[in-house]
Design a protein around this ligand. Structure first.
Ligand code: FRU
Length: 467
């Protein structure tokens, strides 16, 4: 049985112990980044949601702070403080979040708490500021408020589903964060995308070098378990989308949240969930991790781009470069690069190939290995965990579309952190994966080709434990 420690990420944020899911209330205040997150401090399983809290000056080194919100017995959040956001209201840090007070977590209301300048101690407003879905909306779920200030008023989107219709994002406005007026359905897309309930909606206004601007609306969709975005505009108080995509194509990143930092960067973090079975998760000390900070841009083709924040480069230590590798129907293992905490940059020409794979967390004999595979004919990228652990079989159907123009190289940046893998394909597609190698020597890196591949660059950095 592998020990949980073998799987313990080092430079990804984890709860001090217990369980985490969604990031909440992301904000940079007086230079300090604050992360709140859905947290069960009592064990590595989802139950009785609290808001955990951590701070950072660089998005990479995090320091745990005391729990920010805990359920109040007899209060509107008696059985859980669900997801929400943080804004500064005339200098006062304010959390707006979902409270639940019934055993089945169905009675979902919008709550408010105000805090001190360090965002450590919170006072809850005695009553919900919205006590349930608007009249006339037969809502399946009414949760995860996201608030921003625009044209002199507070605006809010809330995740919901409309029974028999599909996932929807509802829209509210307020002069003071306490009195809210319902403005109607903000967005209700094709249920093949939005599913039955949209969770954790949020907006980011994005622009590109050509001066084009758009509003991106993000949501996580039940039952698909996917974090998606649409790009479009708001007109007359409702939102119309002209394009869509996935925040992550990998199948284990969910409920991301975005914010704008002091440098004007649009940054998202997501929750990376476990792919171990429940008994194994419960036997460990922690569950869930936060993704790396991903900087969002509007690309020239109208889609969103996602790139790892520059600050991550501060983790780089020993570097090894291999250039000019040519492979034809072969596998090659890097002689001098190994580790469970690595960043890898690879550039490969795949025009003559059927398939190219970057291999990570491989045992020297190849019994265990995780492949990040580009299928050149279908032009899909995926993480293949089928041989990641000798003690469990796993298939994964999640793929990212990645069309390359003729002659355009495949460019990947891959972050390996014990059981977490994050793949950035240029800024075009991200895939997060979880793998649980059983062997302690599954630390090798390599490349593999079916057909002919020229690897013009392969750089491997060992990464520091920011601990
Ligand atoms: C998304 C979610 C949210 C909810 C929270 C509860 O993962 O289901 O909709 O507020 O988790 O922990």
């Amino acid at each position: 049985m592998p020990t949980t420690d073998l799987h313990h990420p080092r430079y990804h944020f984890l709860p001090p112990s217990g369980w985490m899911n969604d990031p909440n209330g992301l904000i940079q205040h007086e230079g300090v980044y604050h992360l709140f997150y859905q947290h069960n401090p009592d064990g590595p399983f989802w139950s009785t949601m609290h808001w955990g809290h951590a701070v950072s000056r660089d998005l990479v080194h995090w320091e745990h702070r005391p729990i920010a919100l805990a359920p109040t017995p007899g209060g509107p959040d008696a059985t859980g403080c669900f997801s929400g956001c943080c804004v500064i209201d005339r200098g006062v840090p304010t959390l707006i979040y979902t409270g639940v007070d019934d055993p089945a977590w169905n009675h979902q209301v919008t709550c408010l708490a105000t805090g001190d300048a360090t965002l450590t101690a919170w006072n809850k407003h005695p009553r919900p500021v919205i006590d349930g879905p608007p009249p006339g909306v037969d809502a399946l779920g009414f949760r995860d408020p996201y608030v921003w200030r625009e044209r002199g008023e507070w605006r809010m989107v809330i995740g919901a589903g409309i029974r028999g219709v599909g996932g929807a994002v509802l829209h509210y406005a307020s002069p003071d964060l306490r009195e809210w007026a319902y403005r109607g359905v903000y967005y209700q897309g094709d249920p093949d995308i939005t599913g039955t309930v949209c969770e954790c909606p949020f907006c980011l206004d994005v622009s590109n070098d050509a001066g084009e601007t758009a509003r991106a609306l993000f949501f996580s969709s039940i039952p698909f378990g996917k974090a998606l975005y649409v790009v479009g505009d708001e007109r007359g108080g409702s939102y119309s989308a002209r394009g869509s995509g996935a925040v992550d194509w990998g199948g284990c990143l969910y409920a991301p949240l975005g914010f704008v930092d002091g440098r004007g960067r649009r940054i998202v973090f997501g929750w990376i969930w476990e792919m171990r079975d429940e008994a194994e998760v419960r036997a460990g000390a922690w569950a869930g991790a936060l993704s790396l900070p991903r900087v969002v841009t509007l690309r020239g083709d109208g889609a969103l781009g996602f790139a790892p924040a520059d600050e991550l480069e501060s983790l780089r230590r020993r570097r090894v470069d291999y250039d000019g590798l040519r492979l034809s129907d072969a596998t090659w293992q890097a002689p001098d690069a190994r580790g469970a905490q690595l960043e890898i940059a690879v550039e490969a020409r795949v025009d003559e190939a059927h398939e190219f794979a970057l291999v990570v967390r491989a045992s020297p004999d190849g019994e265990e290995r995780t492949r990040i595979v580009y299928d050149a004919s279908s032009q899909f990228l995926r993480i293949d965990p089928s041989r990641s652990s000798r003690d469990r079989a796993r298939a994964d159907r999640h793929v990212a579309p990645l069309p390359l123009a003729r002659g355009e190289p495949l460019r990947l940046r891959v972050f390996v952190d014990a059981s977490v893998i994050e793949v950035f394909a240029g800024d075009r597609a991200c895939l997060a994966g979880r793998v649980y190698p059983a062997r302690e020597d599954s630390l090798c890196v390599g490349v593999q080709a079916r057909g002919a591949v020229e690897v013009s660059r392969l750089t491997v950095w060992e990464l520091a434990d920011p601990g």
